[in-house]
Write a protein that binds this ligand. Structure first.
Ligand code: NAD
Length: 439
């Protein structure tokens, strides 16, 4: 098939290349001129394992091309996919302006039969509004007669940064929200070669499924953080509890890791958008409101713990390991680590940070007083405490003897419980995790 992907961010680029790998011809469009120029040169615009190799492979095979203008590539497109951002507005609602701009542009240019697919995470009702906008623009352009040739379908994306290529090729399921059998069939065939169950549902159900999935995962995180806070008071260990609870097949082991809470470009904005979306119908979702509140409080609690144990952080030198919202990515959007560092700087701490991949992007979001070190050990040099804020697995391999020898005080606050099993006490550290008895 001929596929046009609008938006070459984490989702658009990964899935665009993924569809090319499946054998389709893919044209990726992005309004970001610098990004498109880099992609043309074969440069991936963000860190994702395997992405540069797949980009090169698909470019060499001639199955992917990049453009800044939809007009150049829309001719002959069977499927046009919208994968632009839907960030949070200050009031928590999803900002749909990028989706609307993409829809208007499609309507202005489209002059043949096509299936428009919304891959962006959007509130219920957006797909229908996208179809209305496209048809209105077609009408304005004098193509009223062709409007019945356009259909819209919802294809929510569930990939995880850090595992994005694998998640595309081996998803748990493909969720297809389409009203008619033709659109269902097209999207089924688009995924030929992907061995995963197809879930066909209504457009509205598909839109809500993405929010439900993210909200449920966020709920698990807030739930285990509540248990961690209770466990601390009784001298129990949340990791032992999470393991025992997670072995129950009805519950499962994932997203039961206590710490400084969830972050990222999806969970915080999607959980807020779900709450606001429900509110527009007059429904006040207490559960979702509490998930958000617990998550925010978890960051505050961590900062308070550091403050209390150090007797205040003003003028204290703190080493921070990790700024990305999770290990394996350079994505810092909505990162709990960024929030924690901002709060500590606000309280007068001197922060020296290290992240294996996210330093450059984090630098743009953090106060200028924050210093950056080239290695984890350098960040720890002279520090009064070390804070682990991202679960980069490679932090476990750092020489803890070297870290101890360089620090002013061998003290670790672990916001991810990442080093809990590394025997830091043996090296002379005072170690504190979240929901773990202090040792
Ligand atoms: P992103 O911000 O990384 O990328 C969006 C891209 O769209 C940018 O490159 C931007 O320049 C481009 N763009 C904006 N308006 C455009 C237009 N009118 N025409 C062409 N290009 C345009 O966003 P993302 O992280 O890829 O997320 C995209 C959507 O997918 C969001 O709705 C998000 O919630 C959802 N999603 C994201 C993830 C994830 O892990 N990042 C996972 C699942 C779903």
């Amino acid at each position: 098939m001929n596929l046009v992907m609008i938006g070459t961010g984490y989702v658009g680029l990964v899935t665009g290349l993924g569809y090319a790998k499946l054998g389709h011809r893919v044209a990726c469009v992005d309004t970001d001129v610098t990004k498109v120029a880099g992609l043309d040169r074969g440069e991936a615009p963000f860190y994702e394992p395997g992405l540069p190799e797949l980009l090169r492979e698909m470019q060499e095979a001639g199955r992917v091309m990049f453009s800044t203008d939809l007009a150049d590539v829309i001719g002959g497109a069977d499927v046009i996919m919208i994968a632009v951002g839907t960030p949070s507005q200050p009031d928590g609602f999803a900002d749909l302006s990028f989706v609307e701009a993409a829809a208007d542009r499609i309507g202005t240019l489209l002059d043949h039969e096509a299936l428009v697919v919304v891959k962006s995470t959007v509130p219920v009702g957006t797909n229908r509004r996208v179809l209305d906008r496209i048809r209105r623009k077609m009408g304005e352009a004098g193509r009223e007669a062709l409007t019945s040739l356009v259909t819209v379908a919802s294809l929510p994306e569930f990939l995880r940064p850090g595992f994005a290529l694998r998640d595309f090729m081996e998803p748990d399921r493909v969720v297809i929200g389409a009203e008619d059998a033709v659109a269902q069939g097209t999207l089924d065939r688009l995924h030929d070669g992907i061995d995963a169950p197809r879930v066909f549902l209504s457009v509205e159900s598909a839109e809500l499924t993405k929010y439900a999935a993210n909200a449920l995962l966020a709920t698990k995180v807030s739930f285990i953080n509540e248990i961690a806070n209770i466990a601390e008071r009784f001298g129990a260990d949340v990791r032992e509890i999470a393991r025992a609870v997670g072995l129950d097949r009805r519950i499962g082991p994932h997203f039961l890791e206590a710490g400084i809470g969830y972050g990222g470009s999806c969970f915080p904005k999607d959980v807020s958008a779900l709450y606001q979306m429900a509110g527009t119908t007059g429904y006040d979702s207490r559960l979702i409101a509490t998930v958000i509140e617990v998550n925010n409080r978890q960051r505050e609690r961590f900062v308070s713990m550091v403050e209390q144990d150090l007797g205040g952080v003003r003028g204290r030198r703190l080493a921070v390991w990790g700024l990305a919202f999770k290990g394996g990515t350079d994505d810092v959007r909505g990162s709990a680590a960024i929030d924690v560092v901002r709060r500590l700087v606000g309280l007068g701490a001197e922060v020296v940070a290290f992240d294996p991949k996210a330093t450059e992007l984090a630098r743009r979001m953090l106060p200028e007083q924050v210093a950056y070190a080239p290695t984890a050990v350098d960040a720890a040099t002279g520090a009064d405490a070390l804070l682990v804020l991202t679960d980069w697995q490679e932090f476990k391999d750092v020489s803890f003897e070297a870290v101890r020898d360089r620090m002013a005080e061998p003290r670790v606050f672990d916001g991810k419980n990442l080093l809990a099993d590394c025997g830091l006490e043996k090296f002379g550290f005072v170690y504190r995790g979240v929901g773990i008895k202090s040792r």
